[in-house]
Write a protein that binds this ligand. Sequence first.
Ligand code: TXA
Ligand code: MG
Length: 340
Amino acid sequence: MRYTEFRTTNTILLPDDQSSIVRAAQVIRQGGLVAFPTETVYGLGAAATDAKAVTRIYVAKGRPADNPLIVHIAEVKQLEEVSTAVPDSAHRLAQQFWPGPLSLILPRSNRIPALVSAGLGTVAVRMPDHKVALALILASGVPIAAPSANRSGRPSPTTYKHVLADLAGRIDIVIKCCPCPIGVESTVLDLTSRQPTILRPGGITRAQLESALGCKVALAGRHSFQGVPLSPGMKYRHYSPRAPLILVTGSCARRRILVQSLFDYYSSRGLKVGLLNSVLQGCLHDSDIAQRLAASLYKTLREMDCWGADIILAEKIDEKGLGLAVMNRLGRAAVRVLKA
Ligand code: TXA
Ligand code: MG
């Protein structure tokens, strides 16, 4: 099921100053929707304790009802408000990585309506590393439920302009700020499974988590982990530009040849072909490539839509560090993966 019923709203764009925070917090407390910047992507926030407000998030985004939201907090003590049983491992990770791009899946407390978690008994929680986001949560006085502030299925927004392009007229406030520095969403780590399991790779890497926890961390497959579908969001094709995206894998030299021949083939048929990430490779370190690509990925996909690309060719990058998150997003945006 997908929530679709929807009332038009005048969306107000506010600067990221103190009086805007006060005004936006008031809107949150009254059950409204506020798009705010985080270090990963823009979030679309509502009071996490208010089921009616949270319903408005699903409606504004056209989000499937079985895809749960992340609850954002500004202080570690709020963890006890959102979860009934916070394990030591969560405290250890919070101490090391919060504020930061890590969402922890924990048992959900009754303070958080089931709707936030799409009916699951668990809840995703994170403390964003962004002063505007933290100030807004503190001023609101409640944890804020916030998915990425895009229409469902569109690339996540990393600038306020992306938010307006998708949601103007559907939400109450957008806080105008600089582009989100990381550019891809947080790592989602399930702490309720037998072994800590990454459900979505993001800004905090598997190696960082393993070193903080002192144990192995599993990585869930695309749709399931050990046969169980764990993160509902994983089953949807996501992050998609309008033009079909072809992801080219294989060795560097072979990739180059295949990308070039695909480019020539489509161009010769009069199609507008967008090229993603090929130029960076060979002139930068793998980790720099991943970071740069993450920061510009969604923006570039949206720009290719505006330019009117008919087809987008993307080259695989190394899956180390943030590269895993980038490849995860490219893999899910792609209509085809071709091995050179
Ligand atoms: O960086 C981020 O995480 C951004 C910013 C705004 O914080 N938020 C974000 O939210 O990316 P969203 O809704 O676009 O993605 C949330 C992901 C989805 O894949 C969802 O299925 C998963 O987290 N998720 C949320 N709650 C869950 C739960 N209780 N169990 C399993 N997966 C959950
Ligand atoms: Mg999203």
